[in-house]
Design a protein around this ligand. Structure first.
Ligand code: KG4
Ligand code: ZN
Length: 359
């Protein structure tokens, strides 16, 4: 394809209303013409978490404005876009439906191709917005809803190595912050208050750290935090110690599981020299996690790549980019596609939640 491609991306899977215009240069590199994200943090703060109905209503109220701003800032007229990409899952159906419907409407009205993007593929390919990376690479996707190790073999081709069997890493941060009354969203607050505490003060459990490959389990850690919270009587210094110890435990678990995932990656791909390790999703913004995963990468001859902060959290630039990549592989969707709350990147991976799970 020898033409510049310009895509509108739309993202409304959770609590960010986002639109972006991305252009692919002739050499295959991206140009970010606009990337607008409107966060609903203030609306959900008082509830300590995302309330789906409030999130959906807020998307409906804002989406036209956000798309228009993205177009205006990019300087591109809507009739000159080459396609529309919108997140179709996984996420909250009431939220996904807002962005998906408007994306399909625009594409249908303009008679342009429509691409239904898996939000996780958006995160998986997001480092491509800033770096030229060759496939395959190892991906750790750590967000509010997902925590997975995957081999990114190509666009639309993923092998899941491990996943969480209960809580996602971001979810564990959010719940811990809520228990400690440190505010919402939990991740950035735990990170901030952890700096004031002693990370070795509490010895917290590290569930399945030495078994089940690179699968993760965090529910037991959360229960242990709750037990300690009940004993600390709102004493601030103990809260900070608990935040720091929680973050350190997550770091220990991720270090160990990353080693296992790296070994599995090398065994499967047979790559012996330096390989790429991408860490994406909202939790990848955490500086202490970044530092510890950089250390593991150095030890294991991997080159760590973190998207910059604006592309770690939810955004539509990554959705537009995934849309362009899928379009080039002729992965175009019909306008009757529906939103999906569950949509694994590796459809062949075993479902790792629920009773009867054997590790
Ligand atoms: O990728 P994302 O924006 O949305 C989802 O797809 O889930 O990730 C949001 C998650 C939240 O759980 C939030 O607490 C967490 O990322 N997060 C962090 C940090 N910043 C955001 N977790 C730990 N440390 C941070 N600095
Ligand atoms: Zn996300």
């Amino acid at each position: 394809m020898n033409k510049k491609l310009t895509f509108l991306g739309i993202e409304t899977s959770c609590d960010e209303t986002a639109a972006a215009i991305i252009q692919e240069n002739k050499d295959g590199s991206p140009k970010i013409l606009s990337n607008i994200v409107s966060s609903q943090i203030e609306e959900h703060k008082k509830f300590g978490g995302v309330v789906p109905e409030i999130a959906a209503r807020s998307h409906i109220e804002n989406i036209d404005f956000i798309i228009n701003r993205a177009l205006k800032e990019s300087g591109v007229s809507i009739k000159n876009i080459d396609g529309v990409a919108a997140t179709a899952g996984p996420g909250l159906i009431v939220c996904l439906t807002v962005g998906l419907s408007i994306g399909k409407t625009i594409a249908g009205f303009l008679n342009k191709p429509f691409i239904a993007v898996n939000h996780l593929e958006g995160h998986a390919l997001s480092p491509g917005l800033e770096n030229k990376i060759n496939f395959p690479y190892l991906l750790l996707l750590i967000s509010g809803g997902h925590s997975q190790y995957l081999i990114v073999k190509n666009v639309n081709e993923y092998k899941q190595l491990g996943t969480t069997i209960d809580d996602a890493v971001g979810e564990a941060f959010d719940k811990t912050s809520k228990m400690l009354d440190l505010g919402y969203p939990g991740g950035p607050n735990i990170e901030k208050f952890a700096k004031k505490g002693d990370k070795n003060f509490y010895k917290l459990p590290e569930p399945i750290i030495n078994k089940a490959g690179c699968n993760l389990s965090l529910a037991g850690l959360k229960t242990a935090v709750l037990r300690e919270v009940k004993k600390i009587n709102n004493k601030n210094q103990l809260k900070f110690h608990l935040a720091a110890s929680f973050q350190e435990t997550i770091n220990k678990i991720l270090r160990k599981k990353t080693l296992v995932a790296m070994e599995q990656f090398r065994k499967i791909t047979k790559i012996k020299n330096t390989a790429v390790f991408v860490i994406a999703g909202g939790v990848a913004a955490n500086k202490s996690i970044r530092k510890s995963l950089v250390n593991v990468s150095e030890d294991m001859n991997f080159k760590p790549i973190f998207p910059s902060q604006e592309f770690c959290g939810d955004n539509a630039a990554m959705i537009a980019w995934a849309g362009i990549k899928r379009y080039k592989r002729k992965l175009i969707d019909s306008l009757d596609i529906k939103a999906k709350s569950r949509w694994p990147l590796d459809e062949s991976a075993p479902f790792m939640k629920g009773p009867g799970l054997k590790l």
